[in-house]
Design a protein around this ligand. Structure first.
Ligand code: GCU
Length: 670
């Protein structure tokens, strides 16, 4: 039947190659399940469902293998067990054992992850006889952050309404919550922050805690804990106190009581996510306190429980003279070492705001005594909403692989956030979710790949963008080798193509309203710093933001080696050039073209490349489900139109300053 995308990468369609299928059948005669906990039951259910679909055969559950061979044995092994020795608590092994496939972990959760790993092998057509996999997650807390509101809207959501039906909960529990949990568990995501960082205090009322508890009850069976974003002044707004000062004893008691109330109904509650003193959200600074005072107060409330505080570092002042790039570093580095051990500071990948390409945030190289969590944005706020096809794994990887030099060469961001560089014991990574009530979850079917890629990288940041794309395509779209290759190429190039027509060579764009349209001319907005000139700094001489010592000096926030990489306009790699330098229009770049000609080349080839994407996609028609094929085809038409719109807006706007002609290949005849 036509595929509407609902099943994501957990399709489990019958394997058509009979020989291959028979081979799997021989290794999957039975499933041994010893124990009856919720999570083990989910693991067994998923394995049965998956095998039923893939092999067209119902595989029985038994309690003991006895002498039988050719089955799959799910084992929670205690520490002395030799098989479990190299495993951390959520890790798993899949290994041949007495002519069975053993899935071993120290925990039930690990068994569940091992089951999904085995299914993935089968879904991607790999052998399972003698399969031997060992995998430990590199990061402890792997979270989705939902920016969902009580009224069902999603801030920066492009795939419908919120998945959470607050008006129906807790009495009515949509079966979709379980499918959401399955999809996340299949990637190893183990927590979800269910509400917007611009948080409503209502989430801390008894009414909403009951609703959230109903979600937690579903997610628990898949090893997923719920977290809440909190409104810092809640003790005032819903608690009736006169202040929300984090050092006030009554305020502290209010949070301690509230936390207790939450744990009474959600015993495995994950903790709090906080946006404070950021973009108008109140916070501890309103009372003359700092971020650490606020975060530590919440950590104190969580002290009796296994929960954490995730405190965001996304801060900047409404000051058009300041460089917002520098704000988080300025506010947070003085607090390094001052946070409670239950606190993780969550930093966006770049210093500004999820742009199509940003350099890494300087904070990653500057907080050795504070665990830092990565915040990536999966939802495509600045990368074309649900119409533009932008595969984000290369963006995530580019950030994770960047060397901070925090402890000399070989200190990439990935090692900062996985704790290995500074010995953080608490580690976390968050992705701002792109899911919604659309039947296919993400609006653009291709955007499912971004959810998938985030989850896979959260588990193991050493996976390559290409391997993740292969997996996802084979599990979701097609296993036909030529089509897999064509779609992989398309996905791998998509982000760079977007950057080319949107913000090439480190160009920054201003944004307003819904953050959708090109508006490089933006002059007025609700804040003095949210205007065009702050971002791109176009003038009659040139373009770009001088962040060297003669400008804002933001570069000084990086380690010397990193500064050296970007400091000199002659050697600064082109992708970052205008992030750090104001370059004359007529300056010759390393490509041999002037800045102006290079920009035009990028805008024009970028928009043209969407035509290439359309051609590539057209080729895979026979290999992909017709409904998904038609959906993506339509979105690519829109993307092409909008890429031209971006190109023309930029070229015509910047031309007022450059006063240069559009270079010959792109110039339309008079
Ligand atoms: C961006 C986004 C906001 C969001 C903010 C944040 O600015 O546009 O909607 O609230 O980031 O991350 O807090």
């Amino acid at each position: 039947y036509a595929d509407d995308g609902y099943r994501l990468w957990l399709k489990y369609d019958l394997i058509k190659d009979v020989a291959k299928r028979d081979d799997y059948v021989r290794s999957a005669q039975f499933i041994v399940l010893n124990g009856n906990s919720q999570i083990l039951k989910s693991a067994a259910d998923e394995l049965q469902t998956g095998l039923q679909g893939l092999l067209g055969k119902s595989v029985p559950l038994i309690a003991n293998a006895g002498n039988r061979t050719g089955g799959i044995v799910l084992t929670v092994a205690d520490a002395p067990n030799a098989d479990a020795q190299t495993l951390t608590s959520e890790g798993y092994k899949v290994l041949p054992k007495q002519n069975n496939i053993a899935i071993v972990s120290k925990t039930e959760k690990g068994v569940l992850y091992g089951v999904f790993a085995l299914l993935r092998q089968i879904q991607t057509g790999q052998l399972v006889n003698n399969l031997s996999l060992t995998s430990n997650p590199k990061i402890q807390y792997r979270l989705l952050n939902h920016w969902d509101n009580t009224n069902g809207t999603i801030e920066r959501g492009y795939a419908g309404e919120s998945l959470w039906k607050w008006y129906e909960l807790p009495a009515t529990v949509d079966p979709r919550y379980r499918d959401y949990a399955r999809a996340n568990a299949s990637l190893g995501i183990n927590g979800t922050v269910v509400n917007n960082v611009n948080a409503s205090a209502r989430f801390l009322t008894d009414e909403y805690i009951q609703k959230v508890a109903a979600l937690a009850n579903v997610f628990r069976a898949y090893g997923i804990r719920v977290y809440l974003s909190v409104y810092f002044p809640a003790p005032k707004t819903i608690g009736g106190l006169k202040t929300a000062d984090p050092l006030d004893p009554e305020v502290r008691k209010w949070w301690a009581d509230k936390t207790k109330e939450i744990y009474t109904v959600i015993p495995d509650f994950g903790g709090f996510l906080v946006k404070a003193n950021s973009e108008g959200e109140p916070g501890p600074q309103d009372y003359g306190r700092n971020h650490a005072d606020g975060a530590n107060m919440l950590a104190n409330a969580l002290a009796p429980y296994d929960g954490i505080v995730i405190w965001r570092a996304f801060v900047y002042k409404a000051d058009s003279k300041a460089d917002r790039f520098k704000a988080a570093y300025e506010e947070f580095t003085p607090l390094d070492g001052k946070f409670d051990k239950k606190v993780i500071v969550q930093v966006k990948n770049g210093p500004i705001d999820f742009q199509p390409r940003e350099p890494v945030s300087p904070l990653f190289g500057a907080m050795p005594k504070t665990p830092l969590a990565m915040e990536f944005q999966i939802t495509q706020e600045y990368t074309g909403f649900a119409t533009h096809l932008v595969y984000e794994a290369p963006l995530f990887k580019e950030c994770l692989d960047t060397d901070t030099y925090a402890k000399g060469k070989g200190s990439p961001v990935s090692k900062v956030i996985d704790g290995s560089l500074h010995g953080y014991t608490t580690t976390a990574i968050s992705g701002v979710a792109n899911t919604g009530s659309d039947r296919n979850w993400t609006g653009n079917p291709m955007a499912q790949a971004n959810w998938y890629a985030f989850g896979r990288l959260a588990w193991d940041h050493t996976l390559s963008s290409e391997d993740i794309a292969h997996e996802w395509i084979k599990m979701t779209l097609t296993t036909e080798p030529k089509a897999v290759k064509t779609i992989t190429d398309l996905m791998l190039r998509s982000r760079e193509i977007y950057v080319n027509y949107n913000t090439p060579i480190g160009l920054s764009r201003p944004w307003s309203g819904i953050h959708f349209a090109p508006e490089p001319w933006l002059e007025k907005s609700s804040r003095p710093d949210w205007t065009a000139i702050y971002y791109h700094r176009a003038d009659s001489i040139g373009l770009g933001f001088n962040r060297t010592a003669t400008g804002s000096n933001a570069l000084a926030q990086y380690r010397l080696e990193v500064q050296q990489m970007w400091n000199d306009p002659e050697t600064c790699p082109l992708p970052y050039l205008l992030w750090y330098h104001h370059i004359p229009w007529i300056k010759k770049l390393s490509t041999g073209r002037t800045l102006w000609d290079e920009l035009c080349t990028r805008f024009y080839t970028g928009a043209d490349s969407v035509g290439w994407m359309q051609q590539q996609w057209a080729q895979v028609k026979p290999a992909v489900d017709p409904e998904i094929f038609a959906d993506v085809t339509g979105r690519l038409i829109t993307q092409h139109k909008e890429a031209i719109w971006w190109r023309d807006a930029w070229v015509l706007y910047l031309q007022q300053y450059s006063r240069q002609p559009i270079p010959a290949p792109y110039k339309k005849p008079e």
